[in-house]
Ligand binder design. Structure first.
Ligand code: GDG
Length: 504
């Protein structure tokens, strides 16, 4: 972790950047224009990260570079793809990158989501590195870098903050074009250790590492991922000087600093959503219907993704009800499984498999007054989600691997009544960040079934003590603290670079 003697907060951002502007670079855009029933409409993609980065951008006069994915995006942008946002009160520029359907297929669905995503989550049988997709990933990354360079202008000293695994090659490409810029990146998913990373074909593996080494600072959720990255550099690029202790790579005249910055959520926002009158009413209805007479309500919330361990969760429930008939009728499981990346065959198949497995379990154990599993296979509005989290006695996160997992934190923030148990996969970043959850190994179906049983049997005072602790810790580590931490580290690294350059 970085420690600053004079921590900067989000309020100080304009001061901290001085005459530099912030150029944020991400695959997803913060505002999407679409042709709707009543003309052009603006949509805000769901998700905590985009909604936390937007207030940050509103404070500066910077630029956000992202894929223009909306059906009316071209109609609302100028000839360079620029549009002022937020549309109702413009504060910064959104620079849209245009992608053809072939670009989306190759760069996004194939290389980013069918090669890098499974590789980083160490799920080898989903890993498909196609050469044509790699070539297109390179090209699209170059296009992003060109747009950032153009926005920054010649001899720019602006700061670029790149988001995630879609854009691993942008930092090096940008450094070539604009060596004076300070470039950093947040990697939202795990980074695998060398034995796994080596599955990536040689040329691609080293090019990706070199792309990331274009950064001045590279941010991961946990120290484990940061060390995995350094170990991969050490093994695949043996000519480079990796300083494990100092968490940096020395590249001749410059350093790449690496660090851990566990992401969080807008805690106050979730607390308020879950405490709203309508959430309370919905929560009371859910409890009356599914959690009366000593029965408990368990929940899980995920995008349908093979990394989230949904089949493992269902197998564990099946096993638990088979082995412990006395636990039938004791718990109703509400599973929110939001369709995601349905264009990729593995995701569509998973959606179908989940629905079929739930039908089978329900057919096996259902009674006239009890349905074991309620499956909600659609997007649920955020206020309803908060009501569901609040009403629950148990939340199960069974990811096989997960960079952080925000659901765990949303559940904690929503638990005003402190009755819920958090059953959390030990392979999430959250498991290294949260103290008070019950940790489980989702690969061990027996153990997972036992874990669910133990959680259901946990006494109220233990539940309260654990939840109270997790809530107190979470309030001290919100998404705004995360942003402050990243910005602080960026400013320290930036100052160190300036001092080194002044000495040369
Ligand atoms: C990546 C990394 C890392 C889901 N269904 C609905 C809905 N959601 C929201 C949840 C939560 C978000 O989606 C999922 O966040 P996660 O962190 O669980 O997972 P990823 O989407 O895989 O995110 C992950 C994250 O980036 C941040 O760095 O934690 O490890 O994989 O916010 O609430 N929201 C609504 N309706 C749904 O049906 N409203």
């Amino acid at each position: 972790m970085f420690v600053a003697s004079n921590p900067v907060t989000m309020r100080d951002l304009p001061y901290q950047l001085g005459d530099r502007r912030l150029i944020l670079v991400s695959n997803r855009e913060p505002y999407e224009h679409v042709h709707g029933a009543h003309g052009i409409e603006v949509r805000r993609p769901p998700g905590g990260v985009v909604s936390a980065l937007d207030p940050l951008m509103r404070r500066g006069r910077g630029v956000w570079v992202a894929w223009g994915s909306g059906s009316a995006d071209r109609d609302t942008a100028d000839e360079r793809g620029r549009v002022a946002v937020p549309p109702e009160d413009p504060r910064y520029t959104l620079r849209r990158i245009w992608l053809s359907s072939d670009d989306v297929d190759c760069y996004y669905e194939s290389f980013a989501n069918s090669a890098l995503w499974p590789l980083c989550h160490m799920l080898a049988h989903h890993f498909e590195p196609r050469t044509d997709a790699w070539e297109r990933y390179r090209e699209v990354n170059e296009r992003f870098a060109d747009a950032v360079a153009e926005e920054a202008g010649e001899k720019s000293r602006d700061v670029a903050w790149v988001q995630d695994y879609h854009l691993a090659l942008v930092p090096a490409a940008l450094r070539e074009r604009r060596p004076g810029m300070f470039i950093h990146q947040f990697w939202h998913i795990p980074f695998p250790p060398p034995d796994f990373y080596r599955l990536m074909p040689g040329g691609m593996a080293t090019a990706l590492l070199r792309g990331l080494l274009g950064n001045d600072l590279l941010e991961f959720h946990t120290e484990r991922y940061a060390r995995n990255f350094l170990a991969c550099v050490g093994e695949l690029l043996p000519d480079l000087d990796v300083d494990m202790e100092g968490m940096r790579v020395r590249l001749g005249d410059r350093d790449v600093k690496v660090g851990a910055f566990p992401i969080s959520i807008d805690v106050e926002h979730f607390e308020k959503l879950a405490d709203d009158a309508s959430a309370w009413t919905l929560g009371a209805k859910l409890r009356q219907r599914y959690a009366s007479n000593g029965r408990q309500l368990a929940v899980s919330v995920d995008r349908v993704d093979y990394t989230k361990g949904i089949p493992q969760r269902l197998r564990a429930l099946d096993l638990m009800w088979k082995r412990h008939p006395e636990l039938r009728k004791c718990v109703t499981f509400l599973i929110v499984a939001t369709p995601s990346r349905s264009g990729i065959p593995a995701y569509k198949k998973l959606e179908d498999d989940v629905a079929e497995t739930v039908r089978g379990i329900n057919a096996r154990y259902r009674t006239p007054d009890w349905t074991p599993i309620l499956l909600i296979a659609e997007n649920v509005a955020a206020d309803r989600l908060a009501a569901i989290y609040r009403a629950a006695d148990l939340c199960l996160v069974s990811s096989l691997q997960d960079g952080m997992n925000l659901v765990a934190k949303e559940f904690i923030a929503s638990q005003h009544d402190e009755r819920g148990v958090l059953l959390l996969s030990r392979f999430t970043g959250a498991a290294e960040d949260i103290e008070g959850a019950m940790l489980v190994n989702p690969f061990n179906i027996d153990g997972l079934a036992d874990g669910i049983r133990t959680a259901l049997e946990m006494p109220q005072d233990e539940r309260k003590a654990r939840m109270r602790r997790m809530r107190a810790d979470l309030r001290r580590a919100t998404i705004f603290d995360w942003l402050d931490g990243v910005m602080n580290a960026a400013s320290i690294t930036q100052a160190a670079r300036a001092a080194r350059e002044a000495r040369v």
